[in-house]
Design a protein around this ligand. Sequence first.
Ligand SMILES: [Zn+2]
Length: 300
Amino acid sequence: MAQTVDNPHILLVPLLDVNWLVFAPFDPARDHRIDPPDVAKSIGETRSLCRKMRELTGGKYILSPHSGIYCRTGYYEGEMLEVYAEAVADGGELCVHLHEEIKGGGVRYGEPDHMEAVFLDCKKRLEAVGIAPVAYRGGHYAYAPFMNRLLEESGIFIDCSCAPGMEYPDRQAIWTEAEVSGYYLPRNPRGPGAGQAPSKVFEIPIGSDGEGSAYANILHVEQSDLDNLKRIWGVIRERARRSGQPQIVHSLFHTGSMGQPELVERFLRFLEIVPGNGGTFVTTVEAKAFYDAAAAEARA
Ligand SMILES: [Zn+2]
């Protein structure tokens, strides 16, 4: 993975959200509808997507299973854990992914005791079957400032919650000062990095054109189209070229989309363009190691 300034590059972590279709706590147009998950169906969808990823990315990806107010342990128990173990054996990773939205009103992301309890329970469930989660991700890009401390104390040093430019204070999702490529979150993750000590938490943001955090601006596969995903990819690649800095980002796809062939097709087409267009698939741990090595080299 050696990189030079003349060899601009994008390190892409394909992030797969393990979820089900109807979950719309913030959407009045859908009456904040939340259907109960069909976990058995999700198990099949997750397994089939992971097998595709083994072929397409050599097992470079991270699974982000939903645990939230309306499905606390469904994706953190039983046969689903066997699917995760298979994914890890193929080279994949797991993060803990919390969804603390209250249907039609507010979130619990800002409650330290609650967040600590649910986070540690998910972590423990994965560890009980021999899977060490390597990262965290907040639902709807939420990340309260105390998360830095909670993650550090838990031995988790990677976060994937960031959508650069996002500003939803009522969802605890404030990324107005965030970087568009992997970086260490400052002590106050909502403030500018300049003048602040870094935390130990390495942030891998969703890939973005840097023009905003709407669906059209980010590598959210389902909420885009192939041309727009290619456009964003081009912007990120150009940023790498201009800055001479490899860009570290993730893309977002959901296992709940596996029943929709046109969405699966879009995701596969997107992944296909990556290797021929300056991209390398990596895990989050590889991305962080790459960044750390480059920083050590720059200091030497
Ligand atoms: Zn999610």
